[in-house]
Design a protein around this ligand. Structure first.
Ligand code: ASP
Length: 320
């Protein structure tokens, strides 16, 4: 007999592949493990560092922390950590978070003078009963935890900021091309999944502005049973759609990582039908079986993927 339970099953099944018997049988998307995937092709060295942990059977959370720290310390990366462009008042303020295979998380926002906000975020997760610390409190905690204060405004950043001041055109820049926030997802040999996201945010932002990157569910989300996602691009739009959480929920509903990312960028365009060309947001996703994918609004987004087959830059499909 066709029960209410069957009805529910077939209703939900409208969203996902279903077997002839009407039993919900989402397609399983699988890959290999260990694997690490990061936003933007600039993450090659970051992935190498993460792979040095994963390839020895190490822990996914250690891998993502070690990986993104490479870019945090890279003065040439103008959107993350040291060398990150300042806000309109000349302050480099950093946002970062981590999330692990248990769904635990730690985040810092508006953190100044710390080279490795991702490590402070991990400490928030492991050494405090809280999930988020911001501003002066986050800095105090970092200093108490043994992190050292450092000046993160490089000469090059100072020069770029001074140039911007000449016009003071208040239009915080999110680079559409190829070097933004680093978001990284890793699955280790034991099947543990973790993620990290770290950024200096939008260049010339208002003092105090925090983007999506350190916000759990926006810039990063991990569901221990499903997988994870990270975002890059215009943070305000990611926040308004709880983007990374949406991607993970779409994977839960049976979509592949790529489809899930596509649905999340479509959601942004639904909200902004007249500004398709003006916004760039991209997601990458990795499920707990090692399948991964990504999608962006505009052309030009890619990811670095490293697994037992080696390392490659993978251009992602896009909407507009
Ligand atoms: N999502 C970041 C933010 O809005 C910026 C970026 O990805 O470049 O702060």
């Amino acid at each position: 007999m066709y029960s209410r339970k069957d009805f529910l099953k077939t209703s939900i099944a409208g969203l996902v592949p279903v077997s002839f018997s009407g039993i919900l049988k989402p397609k399983k998307f699988t890959g290999t493990k260990p694997v690490v995937i990061s936003t933007w092709k600039t993450a090659k060295n970051a992935n190498k560092a993460a792979w040095s942990v994963l390839s020895k059977g190490g822990y996914a959370l250690d891998a993502v922390e070690k990986g993104v720290k490479v870019e945090e310390a890279n003065p040439k990366n103008s959107t993350v950590g040291y060398g990150g462009r300042p806000d309109r008042d000349g302050n480099v303020t950093l946002d970062a978070c981590v999330m692990d295979e248990k769904g635990d998380c730690g985040s810092v926002m508006y953190l100044e003078n710390m080279m490795h906000p991702v490590s402070v975020a991990r400490k928030v997760m492991t050494d405090t009963p809280h999930s988020i610390l911001v501003g002066a409190g986050a800095k105090k905690f970092a200093l108490e935890s043994g992190f050292k204060e450092e000046d993160l405004l490089t000469e090059e950043s100072k020069k770029a900021w001074k140039k911007w001041l000449e016009k003071e055109d208040y239009n915080p820049e999110i680079n559409v091309e190829n070097h933004d926030t680093i978001g990284m997802l890793a699955l280790d040999e034991k099947g543990r999944i973790s993620g990290a996201c770290t950024t200096s945010g939008a260049a010339w932002k208002m003092n105090g502005r925090v983007g999506d990157s350190p916000i759990i569910g926006s810039g990063l989300f991990i569901d221990p049973k499903i997988g994870g996602a990270v975002a890059t691009g215009l943070g305000e739009e990611v926040i308004k759609t709880a983007g990374s959480h949406l991607v993970v929920e779409m994977m839960r509903a049976g979509h592949s990582p790529e489809e899930a990312c596509k649905i999340a960028v479509e959601r942004i365009i639904e909200r902004n039908p007249d500004n398709k060309k003006g916004i760039q947001v991209a997601y990458i996703a990795l499920n707990v079986d090692g399948a991964f994918g990504g999608y962006s609004i505009q052309d030009g987004f890619d990811a670095v993927v490293t697994n037992t087959d080696g390392q490659r830059v993978q251009p992602m499909n896009f909407l507009v």
